[in-house]
Design a protein around this ligand. Structure first.
Ligand SMILES: C[S@@+](CC[C@H](N)C(=O)[O-])C[C@H]1O[C@@H](n2cnc3c(N)ncnc32)[C@H](O)[C@@H]1O
Length: 263
């Protein structure tokens, strides 16, 4: 089922037409406890990959692409994304492509990165099969996704606001059908003989409603709910009340990083 979250035209021309909504969402993690340098973690986890080509598929604004380029001069890190705007921000070398049909030769990559992106792909199994096809026998595929407990407090606020404004039940700010890292791990296991997982837990404590409301607003083009503006306004009131009462809006973080290898 295609939703706003997996509609490739909408993703490339609206939700990710430029880097601003993504950067707004990334900024909220400045309030995460404990602090997590996830970009540094990814670079660290890839320290043993062989020199060669790395495809950062769904590179977005290139936070990981650029860090890996800076850390490893022996890698050609390709910025690959559905959105030409994002490829432009992540910088060359790079190109526009769909994860499900990568224009890369078999066995050509030292690593493939699929970081916070598989949940957007209409057929994630096809994308993981592509990652397996392009990966060298001594390469690694790194996947990051969220767990089902991630941002449940956002989902509660969004569901309550939707119910109050539209009378409809809505499950979660991004809709009910998100692929979590458990599902990504299962798909990786169908392609790769070796699959390892690390989980990261935390809480993000935001003492001001502003970044939370900006986060919610940034989901406009990822959200299939009707009456987005009215629901967003009601959600903003709920968040403002919570911050006034509790001193902060606190939400849960749960991530999984999966490393999958052909050997
Ligand atoms: C949440 S962002 C993640 C960006 C980056 N990997 C990061 O973690 O900062 C998801 C990115 O995946 C891209 N994307 C979504 N579906 C895709 C697909 N089928 N093929 C390639 N890229 C896709 C989007 O355009 C967007 O830039």
């Amino acid at each position: 089922m295609t939703t706003a979250f997996t509609d490739r035209t909408a993703l490339s021309t609206a939700a990710y037409v430029d880097e601003r909504p993504l950067e707004t969402r990334r900024a909220i993690y400045d309030y995460r406890r404990p602090r997590l340098d996830l970009v540094g973690e990814v670079v660290h986890r890839l320290r043993d990959i062989p020199a060669g080509v790395v495809a950062d598929v769904g590179c977005g604004s290139g936070a990981y692409t650029k860090a890996l380029r800076a850390a490893r001069a022996d890698l050609d890190v390709l910025a690959v994304d559905l959105s030409s705007g994002m490829v432009g921000v992540a910088g060359q070398p790079g190109f526009v492509a769909d994860a499900m049909t990568l224009p890369l030769a078999d066995d050509s990559c030292s690593a493939v990165l699929a970081l916070h992106m598989l949940y957007h792909v209409p057929d994630p199994a096809a994308a993981v099969a592509e990652y397996g096809r392009v990966l060298r026998a001594d390469g690694s595929c790194l996947i990051i996704g969220n767990g089902p407990g991630d941002k449940v407090e956002f989902n509660e606020v969004w569901s309550r606001a939707t119910r109050e404004v539209t009378g409809r039940d809505e499950v979660g700010i991004f809709g009910p059908h998100i692929l979590h890292f458990g599902g990504m791990e299962k798909l990786a296991g169908e392609v790769f003989p070796t699959v390892e997982r690390i989980e990261y837990f935390g809480r993000t404590v935001v003492p001001d409603p502003g970044p939370v409301i900006a986060f919610i607003d940034s989901t406009r083009h990822l959200n299939s709910a009707p009456a987005f503006d009215a629901v967003r306004d009601r959600a903003a009131e709920i968040v403002t009340d919570i911050v006034a009462r509790e001193g902060a809006f606190t939400f849960s973080n749960h991530l999984g990083m999966i490393r999958a290898m052909p050997c």
